[in-house]
Ligand binder design. Sequence first.
Ligand code: 9G3
Length: 573
Amino acid sequence: MRMSRMYLKTLREVPAEAEIPSHVWLLRAGMIRKLVSGVYGFMPLGKRSLQKIEAIIRDEMNKKGAQEILMSALQPAELWEESGRWYAYGPELFRLKDRHERDFCLGPTHEEIFTDIVRNEVDSYRQLPLNLYQIQTKYRDEKRPRFGLMRSREFIMKDAYSFDRDWEGLDLSYQQMYETYAAIFTRCGLEFRAVEADNGAIGGTGSHEFCALSEFGESEIVYCDNCGLASTREQAAAVDQPAPPEEALPLEKVYTPGTKTIAEVAGFLGVPESRTMKALLFQVYDQDYDYAAVFIRGDRELNMTKLVNLLNIPEHAIEFADETAIGEATGAVGGFTGPIGLHDCRIIADSELIKSPNLVAGACEIDHHIKNVNYGRDYKADLTADLKLISAGDPCPDCVGKVKLTRGIEVDQVFKLGTKYSESMHAYFKDENMQEHPLVMGCYGIGVSRTLAAVVEQHHDDDGIIWPLAVAPYHAIITLISPQDPIQSELAEQLYQRLAEAGVEVLLDDREERPGVKFKDADLIGIPIRLTVGRTAADGVVEFRLRAEGQSVEKAWAEAAGQVIDMVKAIDK
Ligand code: 9G3
């Protein structure tokens, strides 16, 4: 493609709404354009990279015997009523009516649609296992779309649905898709971790998130380089590290004026924070108790997911209580609450805390704490469990390593759906004895447009994008310094033809622009290989430079061409 003909508008300035690198660079490189909040269009360069990612997905899915179909984005409400989800989703579901006042939604996902197709046409075990997928536009009316393609209201997803005769079959399908995803993200040049994830609203059991590591990711990832553990932070077990046992010393109430925080009381008494006890008070709804006090070591943070799971209550049934407001009912005293003197309140203690001797706790009295509080002798809990939020450097729960924390972009999700949809929608098959059984399903999504953004998050520098060769919009760019110089333009044309004939996707920057602008644009759009035709054209010499490495070397043009052709042939080998 000649850049003098190409539809491309690069931006020198960072658009105001762009907060993270991928959003900045995709806009500045002219790859995407915003239509309205959370809705983006793909311009020529962006569309080409999107197609590269889709081609990798198709190749890997087809290798595993999955079959591509394409279902509609327009979904009749009836199917969602059958699955029971029509009323389960709120404003996030784009709903509309047709001219006959019939209810529809724009599909945020396609469990119902795929189950409907299969229930009408699969009725025998001989047709199983089956894996159908599509690459299709999804619609979710996100409350706060942001970060460009990362959280948009319309996005491209590859969603696959597997149908098996039993759970063993599902496990096999799941394993197949897991391997497929690892291959896809590796070929796209993404560094990722597969982490156990919470099942969330969709139900089913055992789901994973593949997270592309990025400091701007929305998921907090805990990982161990030693054993390969990877988990979302709220899911990660934390290892108890109690102080060594010691004799329980006598209780001692001390005057600790104005020391409301852990740091203040630890500082005032000259003890480490790990020798103090933190109290967190909660108001609880729809349970047979109103208040709960959670006690955890002063140097730890509470993991709310673990607390909610322990109490087996929904997240909205618990909220932080105002200690002063509940003082009357429970004896709590803001900033000085401890287990001794607390009443009419569920006492919940972290597993590590109860093994830690002689701690400083609030005295339930203003400006006073109590030293040497010991579990068992001085207080008991109604419930104890690991409630800690794991932190970087903590021991790995699975090995002797230390965990690290990073953030991840959830580029996909896979769920074992089981019979959730096949039962509610009567998708059954007959076995060898003509016995009817519900199909056992799994679903497997990849955020295609989100993957594009994740690649940019992981592959950029201060000058722009650094595309991995396999997903670059073009493999190479020929920067022609002086198009009006016949020697230079002749050589550039020769090089251009040679590469194009060999199947290299090559851009020829033949614009009447200053060299500096051409170099800046080449770096900004991130084409992996740059060949500069300039002063040395008379000797048949060009400058060869890899975007990812930065330094340039001079080569005879045919040799440079050969090297580019070899690099392109080596993609995905
Ligand atoms: C909705 C709306 C938003 C949603 C869903 C339904 C997420 C919904 C979960 C999934 C699960 C899997 C197939 C591909 C892989 C992920 N957001 N989910 O079901 F109505 Cl508004 O989509 N689906």
